[in-house]
Design a protein. Structure first.
Ligand SMILES: Nc1ncnc2c1ncn2[C@@H]1O[C@H](COP(=O)(O)OP(=O)(O)OP(=O)(O)O)[C@@H](O)[C@H]1O
Length: 254
């Protein structure tokens, strides 16, 4: 069976710099697939190509067999490819629950007039959005801070809220860019448990960029290693852990 996401021979050039050069990835459904590599290896550039932020210089990207390379970002997002960023990007003045309601806006299946008139269909739709927000706040353990402004939450809580904000849009593919960055060991453990639950209980497919090797090794079904824009190795955590080239290029540095 084809993977949910298939990337073939992806390249991205910035002037004279080939930041991504011949990267291929398979992300099967209901798996956690990780991309690792030293700083500047090209991981975030791959993410930016996958989400349509950059138009790749070459190669192909397919979601359930449908080519998506070169599509604008909003169309790719509509197809269910959603991401978090290295730096938390929430509406800081809005409460946690409001952040989740805004994210669902496009799913409200009512128009402007229905909103103005507060028709029964509009009220039903609003109710569903609120139920969904509450459900996800509970799943990421933020129900007790639902009405606090997002900017006042602890960093680990903000990271979890970002993931919930992705999840309320019912994504096909959840892409997490260094979700453990800035977290303490306890928060990283919570994050690991959350990603595991997303996959095992919610059937979510995750593509992860992460520098925390303990997290990567314990959560990933498959790992791709990128070095200087090029694929270096891929395999199970056990295969990657013992791979001499990987140890030389990356793990040896840690
Ligand atoms: N918009 C851009 N214009 C020019 N060069 C860029 C651009 N974006 C990234 N690069 C370059 O491409 C290379 C890959 O960067 P990228 O951010 O993808 O690496 P990374 O693996 O995500 O690194 P890190 O782990 O530090 O986040 C770097 O040399 C970077 O300077």
């Amino acid at each position: 069976m084809n993977a949910l996401l298939e990337v073939r021979d992806l390249s991205m050039r910035f002037g004279g710099l080939l930041a991504v050069d011949g990267v291929s990835l398979d992300v099967p459904e209901r798996q956690v697939v990780s991309m690792i590599g030293p700083n500047g290896a090209g991981k975030t550039t791959v993410f930016n190509c996958l989400t349509g932020f950059y138009r790749p210089s070459g190669g192909s990207i397919r979601l359930r067999g449908t080519p998506i390379h070169g599509l604008p970002g909003h169309r790719i997002a509509r197809l269910g490819v959603v991401r978090t960023f290295q730096n938390v990007r929430l509406f800081r003045e809005m409460t946690a629950v409001e952040n989740l309601l805004v994210a669902q806006h496009r799913h409200l299946d009512t128009g402007f007039l229905a909103g103005l008139l507060k028709t029964p269909a509009f009220r039903r739709s609003e109710r569903q959005a609120l139920d969904c927000a509450a459900e996800w706040l509970e799943r990421v353990d933020l129900l007790d801070v639902a009405n606090r402004p997002a900017g006042t939450l602890a960093y680990g809580q903000q990271r979890r809220l970002e993931i919930a904000r992705c999840m309320v849009t019912r994504p096909q593919l959840l892409m997490l860019d260094e979700p453990a960055a800035g977290l303490n060991p306890r928060e990283t453990e919570d994050l690991k448990a959350l990603i595991g639950r997303l996959r095992d209980e919610q059937g979510v497919t995750v593509l992860l960029i992460e520098h925390d090797m303990k997290l990567v090794m314990s959560i990933s079904d498959h790992i791709y290693v990128i070095n200087q824009g090029q694929p270096l190795a891929d395999g199970s955590p056990e295969q990657i852990r013992g791979h001499p080239e990987v140890i030389k290029a990356y793990l040896g540095e840690a």
